[in-house]
Design a protein around this ligand. Structure first.
Ligand SMILES: *Cc1c(COP(=O)(O)O)cnc(C)c1O
Length: 645
């Protein structure tokens, strides 16, 4: 596909280009008006609600961008899909036990998410997985008893005590033993409480899985018991006469596992451990496969940001694996638990931010006049530009790079004046642009042209912080789908990378995936004066919110929970204003009142020395206090900028 300003374009072309029907299936689409829509259930079939309309509603309610939208309907739908997936696999394979989901709290601890999961999870008996005291504290208070709780992570005495209280309240609370000394502690505390706890053991599965989180798998994983430790734990339980408490086997192979065969291998090993524990006389009854169910962030089907299986494949594989290991041994089918976090919440959040401006690397003039007194390299560049059609693009680009570098060296040596330097840069850009125009946007570039797209890409300045809102994109190079939310009836003929508001060269998005090709830039539309250009980052509901940090003191964005009613009305259910500058300053231990007071003293001095009038002092201090109460992000009104220029 080649895209130019006058390419014929349609919503269908955008759907293909951005692969929205792959990664956004069931959740997002582009309508024929060229708007990205969220898909929810209506009275008769799916309804499409344009995000642009939701943004309009936000503006009317006084919220600026960036915002995080949480689509409650999508959360409901993905939880339901997970359960249906297992229900179908159980029915089709005559499996004789049940599936139970638990939500791992670490994936999104936000109150609105947890409360919604409690509400919609009630008929499905969704439980919680907690990996720390704080997570258990919030899960316990939210989960109606009797509920299912899985306690992972290292557990001190208080963590164990809180779990024992949960047991007393009537919850089915599994203490998953991660290390040998934890079991000693649990046995002692259970005796003190006179409670027989439900115990699970987390095994280390030696099979390593692929993907970005491969460290959690394999025998060097820092979690879980080795086979030797497992045996020691069995002995310890037996001698404490508590073997009957051992009722669950836990394994977690890692997150975002791209390859179903890794899942099968890991699950097989887990089933062998399960069978061994049954043989040792433990009652067992439940197998917990942890997380790992991947989200398709790119639609490519390839590692690491996509997956080579469907939800149905995942459910069927786990059940078939259990049957093939346990049926020959005549072991009863255990209840199945998964701790699918990412797959439950990723869909439901979308970050919307606006573009504040762009920087383009364009030649000012297509065919500048070359004065005779120019040095040979400038003539060479002009020649390349004129006769490009007859040249091999890769060679031509390499030659242009060489000329440009020589000219830059001459400038540094004082042998080239500013006018000629500018002419040289201009010619180089004209050559590079011409080469780029003959290459299809979805083509992988040959080695000689590597770097061309990156070098020529526009920079789009986005009103957001990568560190706050998309930390995994920065930390581990994860790809999230990013798409303009409107204008898909126009060709996106510019190529851009995104730079955020932080003054950090890592504060950027330059890792995209189009049609299975990784690339540093994304086709985008040119900005229109006086109009906001809004980009959406999709599938970012898992992990990003609490991993995000305050780099450059950009804080939490506004968060809005949105429900779409069955007749298509947008219901803003909960609104949480983002951090104010005051909030951010207090996170780093400043007292905003004290800051104002310090500034007041400086301003008062300025009045005494005649730099400010008393009235200016008042205005300034009012302005400062008001600014501290405001949003940390850019207050951008494109119309205002337009009038200025
Ligand atoms: C992180 C984690 C999960 C969640 O994994 P996902 O891939 O997000 O589903 C589940 N269980 C444990 C023990 C974890 O550490």
């Amino acid at each position: 596909m080649k895209i130019s300003p006058d390419s014929p374009w349609s919503a269908e072309k955008s759907r293909q280009l951005y692969a929205i029907d792959h990664w956004g299936a069931d959740c997002f689409s582009i309508n024929d008006k060229g708007q990205v829509c969220v898909l929810t259930d209506g009275r008769s079939g799916k309804i499409e609600t344009p995000l642009a309309g939701i943004v309009q509603g936000l503006h009317e309610r006084g919220y600026g961008l960036p915002v995080l939208l949480r689509f409650v309907d999508l959360l409901d739908a993905s939880l339901a899909r997970l359960h249906q997936g297992f229900a179908r696999a159980i029915a089709s394979q005559n499996y004789t036990n049940v599936y139970q989901g638990v939500f791992p709290v670490k994936v999104n601890q936000q109150r609105q998410v947890i409360e919604e999961l409690v509400r919609i999870g009630k008929p499905l008996q969704t439980g919680f997985e907690a990996g720390s005291k704080a997570e258990l504290a919030l899960a316990l208070a939210n989960l109606p008893a009797p509920g299912l709780l899985i306690l992972n992570g290292y557990k001190d005495r208080d963590f164990i005590d809180l779990g024992l209280w949960a047991t007393r309240l009537g919850h089915r609370c599994f203490f998953v033993i991660e290390s040998p000394d934890e079991l000693t502690r649990l046995i002692a505390r259970s005796k003190a409480f006179a409670i027989r706890p439900l115990i699970g053991v987390r095994t280390k599965v030696s099979a390593r899985v692929g993907g970005l989180w491969t460290e959690t798998s394999g025998d060097r994983s820092s979690f879980g018991l080795s086979p030797q430790q497992l045996l020691a734990a069995l002995d310890q339980l037996k001698s404490a006469r508590m073997l009957d408490c051992l009722q669950l086997l836990h394994c977690h192979l890692g997150s975002q596992i791209p390859d179903i065969s890794d899942i099968r291998t890991g699950a097989t090993e887990a089933c062998r451990f399960y069978a061994a524990l049954v043989a040792e006389g433990a009652p067992m009854g439940t197998i917990d496969f942890g997380g790992g169910l991947a989200v398709d962030y790119t639609g490519s089907g390839e590692a690491p940001d996509s997956r080579n299986y469907t939800l149905e494949d995942y459910c069927c594989t786990l059940i078939a694996t259990i049957r093939s290991c346990l049926d020959p041994l005549q072991i009863e089918h255990p209840a199945i638990i998964t701790e699918s976090g990412r797959a439950t919440v990723a869909d439901s959040s979308v970050l919307l931010f606006n573009i504040l401006g762009t920087m383009c690397f364009e030649a000012d003039e297509e065919s500048p006049v070359i004065p005779d007194d120019c040095c040979p390299q400038i003539h060479q560049l002009a020649e390349l530009h004129n006769k490009l059609a007859q040249r091999d693009p890769g060679q031509a680009y390499q030659q242009a790079l060489t000329c440009r570098d020589q000219l830059r060296n001459q400038f540094r040596a004082g042998l080239l004046d500013l006018r000629h330097r500018a002419l040289a840069e201009n010619l180089f850009l004209a050559v590079a642009r011409k080469i780029l125009q003959v290459i299809p946007v979805d083509a992988e570039l040959p080695t000689e042209l590597k770097g061309l797209r990156r070098n020529m890409a526009d920079i789009y300045y986005g009103n957001f912080s990568v560190f706050q809102s998309l930390p995994d994109s920065w930390a581990i190079g994860q790809t999230f789908p990013l798409v303009p939310i409107d204008r898909h009836t126009e060709p996106p003929w510019r190529e851009g990378m995104i730079s955020d508001l932080t003054c950090d060269c890592d504060g950027k998005l330059d890792n995209f995936n189009l049609a299975g090709t990784r690339r540093p830039t994304l086709p985008l539309h040119p900005l229109r004066p006086g109009e906001d250009y809004i980009l959406g980052v999709f599938l970012m509901g898992a992990y990003q919110e609490t991993l995000g940090d305050l780099h450059n003191l950009f804080g939490d964005t506004h968060t809005l929970n949105v429900r779409i009613t069955p007749d298509g009305q947008v219901d803003f259910q909960q609104e949480i204003a983002g951090d104010s500058i005051n909030d951010l300053l207090s996170y780093v231990e400043y007292d905003p009142q004290q800051l104002s007071e310090k500034l007041r003293i400086t301003a008062e001095k300025a009045v005494r020395t005649g730099k400010l009038t008393a009235e200016q002092r008042r205005y300034f201090l009012d302005f400062y206090r008001e600014l501290l109460q405001g949003y940390s992000y850019f207050n951008h009104d494109p119309k205002e900028d337009h009038h200025d220029t």
